[in-house]
Design a binder for this molecule. Structure first.
Ligand SMILES: Nc1ncnc2c1ncn2[C@@H]1O[C@H](COP(=O)(O)OP(=O)(O)O)[C@@H](O)[C@H]1O
Ligand SMILES: [Mg+2]
Length: 219
């Protein structure tokens, strides 16, 4: 079992979106648990809107103590994804998650204001724990030529961050998904949805290749 934290002290960068959509995609191959430790409970709200369609197990627990017991679930799950709160002030819950994690996905949006909190998260909380991580560019605007390359260069070369090669583009489908109870696994595969599904699929492949050792597929 691997525990993957989705973390960035900056709010609104896509932590909840990445945790839920990636978990849905990976639930096709792995036994998945999603844990929501964010007191705002966005993931929990989303899960409630899913009715019976949620393709993974879900735990809503704001007591960081639960994290130390996650390893007891080793036989039940291949992968645990933990959605975390985004705050620069209260880092207690986030630190408890990182103490338990094997790997961190750090979503970021291509906006200058997002850089400083992202750097702080990586240099103060993730790197000192020796945790493997990758920054994941989210809300890339497909209409802006070169935006992805430019931001990859900034993140890697200017700030020395490790990044996913894959990225998520901005789609209305992602913005509406929590309210409508949608995940990539219950979206009709049409011309309107194919981009968002393809993006999540690519990130899923890249993540599993990073985690490969020790991960056992059900099949
Ligand atoms: N790729 C995307 N395309 C469109 N909207 C997005 C995308 N990623 C996130 N959003 C929207 O941006 C807002 C913040 O995302 P969220 O996942 O809640 O971030 P966080 O959990 O980091 O606060 C939400 O309204 C969400 O629906
Ligand atoms: Mg969130």
């Amino acid at each position: 079992m691997k525990i993957v934290a989705v973390a960035n002290q900056k709010g609104g960068v896509g932590k909840t979106t990445v945790a839920m959509q990636l978990a849905a995609h990976l639930s096709r191959t792995f036994r998945m648990l999603v844990v929501d430790v964010d007191p705002q409970g966005s993931t929990t709200w989303w899960a409630q809107n899913m009715a019976a369609h949620i393709p993974f197990d879900f735990a809503d627990d704001h007591d960081p103590g639960v994290l130390t017991r996650l390893r007891e679930l080793d036989d039940l799950y291949d992968l645990v994804v933990v959605d975390t709160p985004g705050s620069l002030e209260d880092t207690r819950t986030l630190e408890a998650v990182l103490d338990a994690a094997d790997y961190v996905i750090v979503p970021v949006v291509p906006e200058p204001m997002a850089i400083d909190p992202t750097l702080r998260t990586v240099t103060r909380l993730i790197e000192p724990r020796g945790l493997p991580y990758r920054v994941l560019l989210n809300r890339v605007d497909g209409r802006i030529p070169g935006q992805y390359q430019q931001w990859q260069t900034v993140l890697q070369d200017s700030f020395g961050l490790l990044t996913f090669q894959s990225y998520l583009r901005q789609y209305l489908i992602h913005a509406h998904a929590p309210m409508l109870g949608r995940l990539v696994t219950n979206l009709a595969d049409t011309r309107r949805t194919e981009g968002s599904i393809a993006d999540i699929t690519r990130v899923g492949f890249e993540l599993t290749s990073h985690l490969q050792s020790g991960l056992h597929s059900r099949w």
